[in-house]
Design a binder for this molecule. Structure first.
Ligand SMILES: NC(=O)c1ccc[n+]([C@@H]2O[C@H](COP(=O)([O-])OP(=O)(O)OC[C@H]3O[C@@H](n4cnc5c(N)ncnc54)[C@H](O)[C@@H]3O)[C@@H](O)[C@H]2O)c1
Length: 375
């Protein structure tokens, strides 16, 4: 029997979240823009003593140490990402996921995610949510917000590198945030996957999405580029393929020379978080390469570590959204935007959907405890 001290947790499945509006990209882009404003104002905390850790990752060993213990593999990891977000949100929360590129063979998405939101005062977990759609949509919304602030005026053409789940959301968000977009060129290492992706997204977005058979073919015409591939082969992009004025968004990493960064402007979602990736990589026995699975800034971090790039000029998007720093300076400027992903985005979008779910009476209530047994 539930007492007045009972704790109830709302369980929200992917279907519940669909009904709560998880696919509403315009609302998601607004929420993520709001998060960047709070980041710029400093009204947030993430893990670790420097308050800016992306998350805690389980690095699997190269060889099986015990029967059943997972070994490392393409995009194989577990990650716990924690944060506090202020403003109207005032919540703590976590995104927790496992990822394995081999999942596709089992008919599962590459990563399987859970979002948990807690009362920032008591710690009560008031909702546990299926996290895949929350994460995909918030991940896409970040380059969407970046494109709104940093793409050159009248941007028409998007280059898409990697025809997976995340780039579906990235292209949707870019199209939502930049209404002048009218065509996209998609390259995927798997032509079969790529052609199907292009055909599907043409219908979904109502713009021309064309499959091209080289990275160059997707990059050269693009005013905005979105990179989100998985696995072990980073797409190689030559610096002179980049069109003057283009915005390159790294949601996943790509292989570019150091001069692609030093000749152009580099802006991060939160540069302090990428500095924490660098510190983690320096501590890891395998070196910086160990963070390549999670940091889309990995190639840049390597250049920094080798003294080939000076990061002192890198700014963060929150400061631009807040109006503290100017974004794009002119129409010819090439901007490289790095986004490593933050739990703050998941918990903000999760909270908006939770509020919708409560209003609509969605989800299944779970009695976490009636009267806590020991207190
Ligand atoms: N920054 C963030 O916030 C964030 C959040 C979630 C995921 N990600 C990253 O996004 C990336 C994509 O995730 P996903 O779930 O869409 O994966 P996915 O496996 O669904 O899709 C990735 C696609 O990339 C293609 N690909 C692999 N190597 C390629 C290459 N060299 N050139 C072109 N295409 C290539 C694959 O064939 C596949 O179709 C992952 O690296 C993931 O870590 C970033």
């Amino acid at each position: 029997m539930a007492s007045s001290n009972s704790v109830k947790t709302l369980l929200l499945s992917e279907n519940d979240l669909m009904s709560a509006g998880v696919m509403d990209m315009a609302a998601c882009v607004n929420t993520i823009e709001d998060v960047f404003r709070l980041l710029g104002e400093g009204d947030y905390l993430m893990g670790g003593p420097l308050e800016n850790e992306h998350g805690q990752m389980i690095f699997f060993p190269k060889k099986e140490r015990f029967s059943g213990m997972p070994v490392t593999g393409p995009d194989r990891r577990f990650m716990a990402m924690i944060g506090y977000l202020g403003g109207k949100y005032n919540i703590c929360g976590e995104k927790w996921y496992g990822s394995n590129a081999e999942n596709h063979k089992k008919g599962l998405p590459r990563s399987v995610l859970t979002t948990i939101l807690n009362d920032a005062d008591t710690g009560v977990p008031f909702t546990i949510m299926s996290g895949n759609m929350i994460s995909a949509m918030r991940t896409g919304a970040v380059p969407g917000v970046a494109a709104k602030y940093l793409a050159r005026a009248g941007a028409k053409s998007v280059g898409v590198i990697g025809g997976g789940v995340i780039n579906k959301a990235c292209l949707l968000a870019i199209k939502t945030a930049v209404p002048s977009v009218e065509e996209a060129y998609l390259y995927d290492i798997s032509p079969e996957r790529g052609k199907a992706w292009a055909e599907e997204q043409s219908k979904v977005l109502g713009i021309r999405v064309i499959y091209v058979d080289s990275i160059e073919g997707a990059v050269k015409p693009a005013d905005i580029i979105t990179i989100a591939t998985s696995g072990t082969s980073f797409p190689r992009i030559e610096t002179d393929w980049l069109k003057p004025g283009c915005l390159v968004t790294f949601t996943g990493d790509a292989d570019l020379d150091a001069e692609a960064f030093s000749r152009n402007t580099v802006i991060a979602d939160n540069w302090k978080m990428h500095e924490a990736f660098l510190a983690d990589g320096r501590e890891h026995p395998d070196g910086i390469e160990a963070v390549s699975v999670v940091a889309p800034s990995y190639h840049l971090l390597e250049y920094i570590d080798a003294g080939k790039y000076d990061p002192s000029g890198i700014v963060s998007l929150g400061d631009i959204v807040c109006g503290k720093i100017k974004g794009r300076k002119n129409d010819g400027e090439i901007i490289m935007f790095l986004t490593g992903g933050m739990p703050l985005h998941d918990i903000a979008w999760g909270k908006s959907l939770y509020d919708n779910a409560v209003k609509k009476g969605l989800g299944t209530e779970f009695l976490f405890f009636g009267e806590a047994h020991w207190k």
